[in-house]
Design a protein around this ligand. Structure first.
Ligand code: MG
Length: 418
């Protein structure tokens, strides 16, 4: 079992009258929602969203289950906004993290709609997991603004995607393989609009206790202006089922039984959210696997639907077969997951399902031919696992390269006197 500890804090800030943020702290599910809308509708929207998310998320859920729970939350906010005149047009961001099962293993899936954020602190380095659905971030991504300009842009609060505006919503998904010592941060923009990433990182490195870290981040945001509501959740991976040790052992070629000598007692899940004694994380074997970025959209579904409607009978059967599987193959300079079969079947071409962050150049030599030809997998989850394994192997190779001993100088016999 992957075991977590967590802490959280929320504050109205120093300017607003109401706290329109809401949060879920219900391990293994965590979420931050930042509501918007007049007449206190923002509060209503974020409250409905977190309630529905929590109700819809089943324990041991899959990534798809988590995405469905977010879509159910969207629908609940949308329905309320449609039916209640006071709540018309209300919406909310939603950034959630949950432990989910992927082919018998566990992943921390981070999902996002809007401009609240998920971050990962790993080996002391902070990286943003999610991408903001905001006007300024889209301008940064298209090169029209610098990150520094975005930070102070007058329209930085304009979001381009939120829950509650349309009956359905696209949900971004970022699976993270959890390793002991990892720290996930979920936050509303009241934090990172006031506090720099460097300040966030140093606070997360300094305070080992998750609850203390969460409270300190909220205090920092207040001290820097507190212009908005501030909500922070800090989630620590305190046991990873020896995933990191197993990976190191495999790298070193040790027998798998060696794990038992290093296995530590499993820490209980559900330690106090109000500050149990969280031991400082022990050094984790250095395995730098970045989160795989992916996006589940309705477009692939609509496309498939259109194909099915146009073609009939036997064509449907062929189509179903042709599209039933996924494969991992190259897309430009990175590895991607395609839906369909390599090279297509009859007139059914494979479609790009998601790009990953793994560069083709980092694919281990032993797997390169497979990836180049298109490595078929029976399901999306299996394809993602294959990519996760490639990333893991690539990281091991990198680490092994870095740790390779320097060549031993060969002693040269002294020149003999003529
Ligand atoms: Mg806000």
């Amino acid at each position: 079992m992957t075991a977590l500890r967590w802490g959280s804090a929320t504050d109205v800030g120093r300017v607003r009258q109401n706290n329109e943020d809401n949060l879920v702290v219900a391990s293994p599910l965590f979420a931050v929602a930042d509501g918007m809308g007049g007449h206190a509708a923002g509060e209503v929207a974020s409250q409905i969203a977190v309630n529905r998310l929590e109700a819809a998320f089943a324990e041991h859920a899959t990534i798809d289950g988590l995405v469905d729970a977010v879509r159910a939350a969207n629908r609940a906010v949308y329905d309320q906004g449609r039916d209640q005149p006071d709540h018309r047009g209300m919406g909310t961001t939603l950034t959630a993290a949950a432990l989910v099962e992927v082919d018998g293993d566990e992943q921390l899936a981070v999902v996002n709609v809007g401009d609240s954020r998920g971050y990962l602190l790993r080996d002391g380095e902070l990286s943003q997991i999610t991408e903001d659905h905001s006007l300024v971030e889209e301008m940064v991504r298209s090169g029209q603004l610098s990150a520094e300009e975005a930070q102070v842009h007058p329209r930085r609060n304009v979001v381009t995607r939120v829950l509650g505006i349309e009956p359905d919503v696209d949900v971004d998904v970022f699976p993270v393989v959890p390793f002991r010592g990892d720290r996930i941060l979920l936050a509303s923009d009241g934090l990172f609009n006031e506090v720099t990433d460097a300040q966030i990182a140093s606070t997360l490195r300094r305070l080992a206790d998750a609850d203390e870290a969460a409270r300190e981040l909220v205090k920092l945001a207040r001290d820097h202006g507190g212009n908005d509501n501030i909500t922070v959740i800090v989630i620590d991976v305190v046991d990873d089922d020896d995933r990191a040790i197993a990976a190191s052992s495999a790298l070193a070629g040790e027998p798998r039984a060696a794990r038992t000598t290093t296995k530590r007692p499993l820490l209980g899940q559900g330690d106090s959210a109000t500050g149990g004694a969280t031991a400082a994380a022990e050094p984790t074997p250095s395995i730098a696997i970045g989160p795989t970025r992916s996006r589940i959209t309705g477009r692939a579904v609509l496309f498939t639907l259109a194909v099915v409607l146009v073609l009939a009978g036997a064509v449907v059967a062929i189509g179903v077969y042709a599209r039933a599987s996924y494969y991992v193959g190259p897309r430009g300079a990175v590895v991607a997951i395609y839906k369909g079969r390599p090279g297509g079947l009859l007139w059914f071409e494979p479609t790009l399902h998601e790009r990953t962050s793994l560069p083709i150049a980092d694919v281990p030599p032993v797997n390169r031919a497979d990836v180049a030809a298109g490595k078929e997998e029976a399901s999306l989850a299996a394809a993602r696992t294959y990519v996760a394994n490639l990333q893991s192997a690539a990281a091991k190779l990198r680490d092994a390269g870095a740790a390779a001993p320097a060549p031993v100088p060969v002693p040269v016999p002294p020149p003999t006197a003529p």
